[in-house]
Write a protein that binds this ligand. Structure first.
Ligand SMILES: [Zn+2]
Length: 216
């Protein structure tokens, strides 16, 4: 079973990817992790990637393809992948199709977590992290109080780059790049749109139902 998880930043994709990995013994493929790992390997490719990132340049689709090939050609991961945040554009989606065929694999389903801009803004802008104990709260959904948190409130902080403008821009870029991918997979009858506004546990329940219906 190979699964693609799609959703904007703040949709809870990472959490659901981890749930899938744990429950179905899958391997998570995130391009960020792959890039970091390659850099850590000190390979030629890793050195090239490092210099691109240091110059603030984009890592090309070709480099990403090379990293994906390493995963697809590794029999340990055969037919047990969760793609988290990849493919990011239509070009990558088409490349992935090509590579999957080459390595005699296919996508079982594409799960798109659907959320709206307002919710994303609240989730991201409201997020507070305690630097003392690591707990995460949210001004809108789960405020820190004496009942759920014993540290001094001075330890709570927000990420500074998470201002509303940045979030809206990221969201709009996501929509622009992702809608063609959704069409692409819908055309292959692989797309499942999931309401990402409900509770995390409920979302995973829906995901399990979808997977059960595939296996039936
Ligand atoms: Zn704390």
């Amino acid at each position: 079973m190979n699964i693609i998880l799609i959703g904007p930043p703040g949709a809870g994709k990472g959490t659901q990817a981890n749930n899938l990995v744990k429950t179905f013994n899958l391997y998570k493929v995130s391009t960020g992790d792959l890039l970091r790992k390659e850099i850590g390997n000190n390979s030629n490719l890793g050195t090239k990637i490092k210099s691109l990132i240091e110059k603030g340049l984009f890592v090309s689709d070709e480099i990403i393809d090379d990293l994906i090939v390493k995963i697809l050609s590794n029999t340990t991961f055969y037919d047990r992948l969760v793609f988290d945040g990849y493919p990011r554009n239509l070009n990558q989606a088409k490349n992935l199709d090509f590579l999957l065929k080459k390595y005699k694999q296919k996508i079982s389903c594409v799960l798109s977590l659907e959320v709206d801009k307002e919710l994303i803004i609240k989730r991201i802008l409201g997020r507070q992290i305690c630097s003392n104990c690591g707990l995460i709260f949210n001004d809108y959904f789960m405020p820190s109080s004496k009942k759920n948190h014993t540290c001094d409130p001075k330890f709570l902080s927000k990420r500074t780059d998470d201002n509303e403008k940045t979030i809206i821009k990221r969201f709009e870029t996501y929509l622009k790049k992702t809608l063609p991918i959704l069409d692409f997979y819908n055309g292959q009858n692989l797309l499942h749109q999931i309401n990402g506004k409900i509770e995390i546990d409920q979302i995973f329940k829906e995901i399990r139902n979808i997977i059960a219906s595939l296996e039936a």
